[in-house]
Each structure stands twice: as C-alpha cells, then as structure tokens.
Design a protein around this ligand. Structure first.
Ligand SMILES: Cc1cc2nc3c(=O)[nH]c(=O)nc-3n(C[C@H](O)[C@H](O)[C@H](O)COP(=O)(O)OP(=O)(O)OC[C@H]3O[C@@H](n4cnc5c(N)ncnc54)[C@H](O)[C@@H]3O)c2cc1C
Length: 381
C-alpha cells in the first residue's frame, strides 16, 4: 500500500528512482568507505533541477505548489541508494537554504540561494553546541550588536555539511529578549575572517554526510546578516525546523525500504535445510512485520507532507512522522540484518550500512524522545 501520488508525482518519483539506481546506488559503498562528499553527483542532481524542488522558479527552483510532497519524494528516493548522500542533499535543500529563502534579503538570495540551487554552493544549518543539544535554548554562541553590524563568538558541533559549506545559517543568542526573542539567525559566509572549521567528526553512520565542529572568534558580520531583520525572533525558524522533520522521516523511509528489499531478495536466494530461508515461517513473519512498519511510516510521512503543503500546522504530525519512520526503519534494518545471518555482520553486503545509517534519523533533527515531548505538548486538553 502506498500514498496516492498523482500522475506528475509518480513521474517525478520514477525519474529520481532511475537516477538513484543508475548513478547513486552503484557508488554508495565507495562513498561509505571513503566518506567522500560526492560533489559530482550533487552537481548532477542540481543540473536536473532537483536541488530546487522546494523553491520558486525565480531563484532557479521548480516552482511546484506541493513542494513538501516533492521534496519528501526526492529525499526518500535518494536514501534508497545512500542515506549519507540523501542527508547531504536534505540538509542543503531544507533548513539552511529554506531559512535564507524565507528570511534573507533579495540581494542575499541572489548571492547565495541561486548558486546553492544550482549546486555551485553548499550550505549548512548550525544550532547544536557541545552543551546545547536537545536544550537548544541553552546555546552560548553570542552575537553582539556593534555600530556597523554584529560580532559573533562561540562554537557549534554536529553541523552536517559543515566541512564543505560555502555559507551557513547560524543560530546565536542576542541581547535583550527572552525565549525565541533571545535567539537569532545569521547568514555566515564561510570565507568571513574569524570563522573556522574544527575537526570533521568521525561517526559510524552516514559516512558521506560530513559532520563538523565550527568556531567563531570575533567574527564580524554586516548588519543585514541577521536574517529576518533587527526585530526578528526565532519563531519562524522553529516552524521551518518543524517541517524539516518530515524530510528526516523521508530519509529513514528510503533506507528502510532498501533494507527490506535486500532482505526479501536474500531470503529467496539463501538456502538452509534444503530450502530457501524465505520458506521458513519465522522469516516470512519478520518480512511481513518489516513491510507493515514500512507502509505505516510511508503513509504517515506522506500524509504529513501533504498537510504541510496545505499550510496546516504539522507540529504533532511531523514529530510523529519522525518517530514512526525513524524508529520503525531502525527496527526494519535490525530485522534485515538478522535475516542475513552471519553475512549481515560482514562488509560484503550493504545491510550493515543500512543499519548503521538508520541511527542518524533517530538523533539528527532532534531525538525520538524529544519528538515525543513535542507531540505530547499538543495533546493537552
Ligand atoms: C549525524 C548528526 C548530524 C547532525 N546534524 C546537525 C546539523 O546539521 N545541525 C545542527 O544544528 N545539529 C545537528 N545535529 C545535532 C542533533 O540535532 C543533536 O545531536 C540532537 O538534537 C541531540 O542533542 P545531543 O546530541 O546534545 O543529545 P542530548 O540533548 O544530550 O540528549 C541525550 C539523551 O537525553 C535525552 N533527553 C535530553 N533532554 C530530554 C528531555 N527533556 N526529556 C527526555 N529525554 C531527554 C535525549 O533524548 C537523548 O536520549 C546532528 C547530529 C548528528 C548525530
């Protein structure tokens, strides 16, 4: 069972699926081994117009009304080939560029958003700090207003695309306001003096999506680098981060499907006790449970993307989508590994990568328990 895509959405899905099968899947293992950012594939995608699927034509985007459905299809399909690559594209084409699109000046959009959608620039979004993860409001990076602009001091951790980024939307504390009013978004060109990238964080998951530490030391920015202007608060950025949870669910989905498909194929090929292991009811039950989990997550995620396209509040639904797709696809990958027996633990089959990568959506964009907290707040009577 699947979401009822219309004809154009199906055609788009077929196209990106074919591209993924022909161009990305054959490179997935190599990208995982080398932890390489596949800039050539990134550029190919942008030449096909995919990086701009969420944006208006005037900035080089596709100008599609159902932008969240299309963006979800894109990230879901890419993750079938490589979740690491899909995560790079997802971060680039959602939070980082979306905040610039929503809050940037026309000049900033021409200078940064247009090249980003062309694949000539890479972008990142940085809120997390060493002591401020789930508790984002505890961040310590400070932006001080000076005569001609802003001076930023502080650091960030776990910034996806941080190593390769040309510009980053950075969240910092500002003097004055409380809560969302005390946080502001800044557009940081990574060539700005005072900006530096620390180490690339090694991790067991999504190898080809780089994760960086960033430092800001007396980094001076012009006045208009505060996105949304002097009186902006962080509320609209929070709304964008809400919608982005659908995209994290999407990459979980694609990876979960890849694991299910690989396990189904293997179950038919592998023989024990004179028969395909698929013929053992215990294996069939696992596969049915995997499919049931997948289909629920798929329907819920696309349903939430459609709600977002209708302009509805998806705070609860996007958090739940991230839980059902993130936790669900992690379970699918665990069962897939089990079906592969000892071979699942070797590097010969990609199922170990699917399982390793399936941990990323459980944490990135907020942990599953934080998603439960967000959804719970909406259950009040
Ligand atoms: C691969 C990767 C990529 C990432 N990319 C980015 C990025 O591009 N930009 C960015 O800004 N950040 C990014 N992050 C950071 C990510 O959003 C944080 O790691 C995440 O929000 C959790 O924060 P933390 O790691 O500090 O964990 P903590 O907040 O320390 O949480 C540790 C544990 O405590 C639990 N916990 C914390 N608070 C509560 C609570 N109130 N109630 C119940 N349980 C709680 C958590 O659920 C978790 O189980 C990335 C992280 C990873 C691993």
């Amino acid at each position: 069972m699947e979401y009822s895509f219309d004809e154009d959405q199906r055609a788009f899905r077929e196209h990106i699926r074919r591209w993924t099968e022909e161009r990305l899947t054959p490179r997935a293992q190599e990208l995982d081994e080398t932890s390489e950012f596949a800039r050539d594939l990134f550029k190919e995608l942008s030449d096909l117009g995919y990086l701009g699927v969420k944006y208006p034509e005037e900035y080089g985007g596709a100008g599609i009304a159902e932008r969240n459905i299309y963006h979800t299809i894109l990230c879901d399909e890419l993750a079938r080939g490589s979740m690491g690559f899909a995560a790079t594209v997802a971060m680039h084409s959602s939070a980082a560029s979306h905040m610039l699109f929503a809050e940037g000046t026309e000049e900033q959009k021409q200078k940064y958003l247009v090249p980003a959608l062309k694949g000539d620039m890479v972008c990142a979004f940085a809120i997390t700090e060493p002591q401020a993860g789930s508790d984002a409001a505890a961040l310590r990076t400070r932006a001080e207003r000076v005569d001609d602009g802003w001076v930023i001091n502080g650091s960030k951790i776990f910034t996806s695309n941080g190593i390769n980024a040309d510009f980053i939307t950075v969240v910092a504390k500002v003097e004055g306001g409380k809560g969302a009013k005390s946080m502001a978004l800044f557009l940081v060109d990574t060539k700005t003096p005072g900006f530096s990238v620390g180490r690339q964080i090694e991790k067991f998951t999504t190898h080809c999506s780089d994760t960086a530490e960033l430092f800001f030391e007396d980094m001076r920015l012009p006045l208009d680098c505060r996105l949304g202007g002097e009186d902006s608060d962080f509320k609209s950025a929070f709304r964008m981060l809400t919608v982005d949870r659908i995209i994290t669910a999407a990459i979980a989905l694609g990876n979960g499907w890849a694991a299910y498909e690989a396990a189904l194929k293997y179950a038919h090929e592998r023989e024990q006790f004179g028969q395909a292991i698929f013929d053992f009811q215990a294996v069939q039950f696992k596969l049915v449970d995997m499919l049931a989990t997948y289909e629920q997550a798929h329907l819920y995620t696309y349903h939430t993307a459609a709600m977002a396209d209708r302009g509805e509040d998806v705070t609860k639904e996007a958090a739940i989508a991230k839980i059902v797709a993130g936790d669900g696809c992690n379970e699918i990958c665990q069962k897939a590994l089990n079906i592969f027996g000892g071979y699942g633990l070797t590097m010969e089959y990609p199922v170990q990568r699917y399982l390793r990568d399936s941990y990323f959506p459980l944490i990135g964009g907020g942990t599953s328990d934080i998603m439960r907290l967000i959804a719970a707040r909406k259950l009040g009577i």
